[in-house]
Design a protein around this ligand. Sequence first.
Ligand SMILES: NC(=O)c1ccc[n+]([C@@H]2O[C@H](COP(=O)([O-])OP(=O)(O)OC[C@H]3O[C@@H](n4cnc5c(N)ncnc54)[C@H](OP(=O)(O)O)[C@@H]3O)[C@@H](O)[C@H]2O)c1
Length: 216
Amino acid sequence: MRALVVGGTGMIGRRLVPLLQALGHDVVVAARNSGDVRVDLESHDSIEQMFRSVGPVDAVVAVAANGPLDEFDLLTVDDLQRNLRAKLFGQIDLVLTGRHHCADGASFILTSGIFADEAWPGVTGGAVISGGLHSFVLSASIELPRRMRINVISPTLVGETIEASDAHFPGMEPVLVDDLVEIYVDLVEGNMTGQIIRAYGSGHRASTHDARRRRH
Ligand SMILES: NC(=O)c1ccc[n+]([C@@H]2O[C@H](COP(=O)([O-])OP(=O)(O)OC[C@H]3O[C@@H](n4cnc5c(N)ncnc54)[C@H](OP(=O)(O)O)[C@@H]3O)[C@@H](O)[C@H]2O)c1
């Protein structure tokens, strides 16, 4: 399969790209400052240009762009709109624009995060982004043309080891990056659509496979 990995130079992307290549997929890496092709998820023109230059692909994986932390006491709607531009609207634009360029049956795999489901201080923007992505994927899954599929992976903190931690989120159990990238591969190669895969720690593999079984 030919797969476009947007954010393929980041922490998750750097592990996902070689795994896809080892499985025989032809991978095109896109990122803002490096990779095979440059794209800025904040710019519709840049997204359109990326799809034109890459040509048809069978999978688009988005592991790009972060919503910054915020301070609720000072938060304004303008801050929120800025926060949403790349990770929420940029990923949505990858689908709305990409559907015109991708191959029949192409698979879109977006990335959200645990704050859609869990309240933590300082992540109102992240919560809105991730909740919005989940709702978008449900709607798009029944609207996309030409047998295209769409799913979203919602990771908790991603770590190299189970002891990994983040000063901002004390006590949050990480998902191992090696386990996480296998979920992306399952979604590239499988036939699921309309799923929100919650990779929230040790139980996540079971929930992925349950979801896959339900669709078969
Ligand atoms: N790591 C975690 O613990 C974690 C947990 C939950 C969810 N997530 C989500 O998973 C995704 C990937 O995370 P990560 O840790 O791999 O991120 P990362 O290491 O910060 O890498 C981000 C990637 O996205 C690219 N990027 C950033 N802004 C972009 C933009 N405006 N347009 C196009 N590309 C852009 C970067 O390219 P350049 O370097 O060239 O800018 C890089 O390739 C993000 O959406 C993140 O929010 C991560």
